[in-house]
Ligand binder design. Structure first.
Ligand code: TYM
Length: 333
């Protein structure tokens, strides 16, 4: 039986990039009919690697729990939990840091990018973040990890750490595979389509947020930056704006890029954008409706998260105990 693990940071409002690149795939994996163990968590310890306002963070954690369910994750099938409620994550991160080199962390492109943006100074946790992530995955002996393209380098480090630990101490961890979709793994900004769409973009209309009102979604897509040659084709290098809209359209419609092109090639950009807007609204509206239904049901959300934490703690504690024995800390052999 396969084990699948992934997480999302509860920092700010989630974008359609988070949905198409990650959460939609969690749901597809959950529903693919194969027997599996699926762990999906709210990566709150990751969120605090940069400054957060406590009350806002607490709200985002709850919001993400509701959003996971609204997007189609079924808590009776998928283990949904909050990372910080499974203390083994922090413990495993520390244990893995003992075999991680500073140089490998300093080379991480996300660290280099995020470091530039810090005004209060760069926290140590921002540097060690990928080790925490490796721990998240290795704790559950994951076979595969569905993520967007921007997490690939972190997955490579995770694999290296698993291999390094296994060869230093003896076989302990499975070496996980990243699961990165061919289409949708990197949804680009609507305003600067050579840049990744991001929760923290300062330009609001650069990102479609999962909870944006339908008319806002349509407006943002209508004002997406394209080009002036009027031809709809997939060419990310020369036509990044149109290619991004084609990607969003094909993911929302569950069709290939070629099928999407066939459907829309004769339209002008205005007509095409309207169709993309409709496709995105068709996907997001039911999610928003479900979200509104459950976001204030604290009892239900607490039950889900308590149950998830209990199960995750069971697996994670077992793995941490094993790792400690292998390393030789504590008394147990
Ligand atoms: P985070 O919270 O930045 O993003 C969550 C997921 O969304 C994907 N993603 C995108 N996919 C396509 N297009 C985009 N524009 C886009 N933006 C984000 C990300 O690749 C990710 O899959 N470190 C992780 C969270 C994490 C994690 C883990 C993931 C912590 N521990 C263990 C997997 C396994 C992060 O910051 O994702």
């Amino acid at each position: 039986m396969k084990t699948i693990v992934s997480g999302v940071q509860p920092s700010g409002t989630l974008t359609i990039g988070n949905y198409l690149g990650a959460i939609k795939n969690f749901v597809d994996l959950q529903n693919n009919g194969e027997e599996k163990e699926l762990f999906v968590f709210i990566a709150d310890l990751h969120a605090i690697t940069v400054p957060q306002e406590p009350a806002k963070l607490r709200n985002s954690i709850k919001g993400l729990a509701a959003l996971y369910i609204a997007c189609g994750l079924d808590p009776n099938v998928t283990t949904l939990f909050i990372q910080s409620e499974v203390t083994a994550h922090a413990e495993m991160a520390y244990l893995l840091q003992t075999i991680t080199y500073i140089g490998e962390l300093e080379r991480m492109t996300q660290f280099k990018d995020k470091k530039q943006k810090q005004v209060e100074g760069v926290s140590t946790a921002l540097l060690t973040y990928p080790v925490l992530m490796a721990g998240d995955i290795l704790l559950y002996n994951a076979d595969c990890v569905p993520v967007g393209a921007d997490q690939k380098q972190h997955l490579e480090l995770t694999r290296n750490l698993a291999i390094r630990f296994n060869s230093k101490y003896s076989d302990t961890f499975k070496v996980p595979e990243p699961l990165i979709q061919k289409t949708g793994a990197k949804i680009m900004s609507l305003q600067e389509p050579t840049k990744k769409m991001s929760k923290s973009d300062v330009i609001d209309k650069a990102s479609i947020f999962i909870l944006d009102e339908p008319n806002i979604i349509r407006k943002k897509i209508a004002s997406a930056v394209t080009d002036c040659d009027g031809v709809i084709k997939y060419d990310p290098e020369n036509k990044p704006g149109i290619s991004n809209l084609l990607t969003i359209y094909s993911c929302c419609k569950n069709i290939s890029i070629d099928e999407a092109i066939n459907e829309v090639k004769d339209l002008n950009y205005g007509e095409f954008k309207k169709l993309v807007g409709d496709a995105v609204v068709d996907v997001l509206l039911p999610i928003q409706t479900k979200y509104k239904e459950i976001i204030n049901d604290n009892k239900y959300l607490d039950e889900v998260l308590d149950k998830g934490a209990e199960k995750a703690n069971y697996f994670a504690n077992k793995m941490v105990a094993k790792v400690k024995r292998k390393i030789g800390v504590g008394r147990k052999k």
